[in-house]
Write a protein of this length. Structure first.
Length: 198
């Protein structure tokens, strides 16, 4: 969240905005500090479970098997969905009706727009969409970063972690969704309050 190169939405905004590395870091520092405090509080409050790790022994990696698994393991449906979103966003920017409408909604409301759009289309497409209609890049960066919390779709990393969990431990998917959503919505609310004071 804090580094311009640490997440795809930050890479997009770092490239588009031209904000210096250290300014980008300092912009997100208060939100990261509060997020870390929240994480420690959750660790202290939630009772610990014993985690049994499987004994894999020695793991052999075979080049042909590795590349086959990498290319077959890609979620092409998710990838194509994001490509379609990027094409749609590019087209919306060029249609004057939508351009005027989005500018009216977005300008002056970049943080909340980033949060809301992230919940609907994820924060990478939200970054691309918002940066096409507003030059208040600092507010967009804050909005899409705190907007990565909330729903499962808010960040591609959320979706990927959920898919891994379902593939390996499907019996925990409901519990994961409930705990994940509650904690993320609480943290999103806290970070929105932090935004009011920064």
């Amino acid at each position: 969240m804090i580094l311009p190169t640490g997440a795809p939405h930050n890479i997009v905004m770092y490239t588009v905005s031209g904000i210096p590395f250290e300014s980008f870091f300092l912009l997100l520092l208060p939100y990261v500090a509060v997020s870390v405090m929240f994480l420690f509080a959750v660790i202290l409050i939630i009772p610990a479970d014993d985690i049994l790790l499987p004994d894999f022994g020695r793991v052999h990696i075979y080049r042909n098997h590795f590349f086959k698994r990498v290319f077959l393991g890609v979620d092409y449906y998710l990838l194509l969905t994001f490509i379609a979103l990027f094409v749609l966003i590019g087209n919306l920017e060029n249609i004057s009706f939508f351009s005027l409408l989005f500018k009216k909604w977005i300008i002056g409301n970049e943080v909340i727009s980033g949060v809301i759009l992230s919940q609907i289309i994820s924060n990478v497409p939200a970054a691309m969409l918002l940066s096409g209609f507003s030059s208040n890049f600092g507010a967009i960066i804050v909005g899409i970063n705190i907007g990565g919390f909330g729903t499962l779709i808010a960040s591609m990393a959320n979706l990927i972690s959920f898919k891994i969990l379902v593939r390996q431990y499907s019996e925990f998917k409901i519990r994961y969704l409930v705990v994940f959503t509650v904690l993320n919505i609480v943290l999103l609310g806290i970070l929105l309050v932090v935004n009011l004071f920064t």
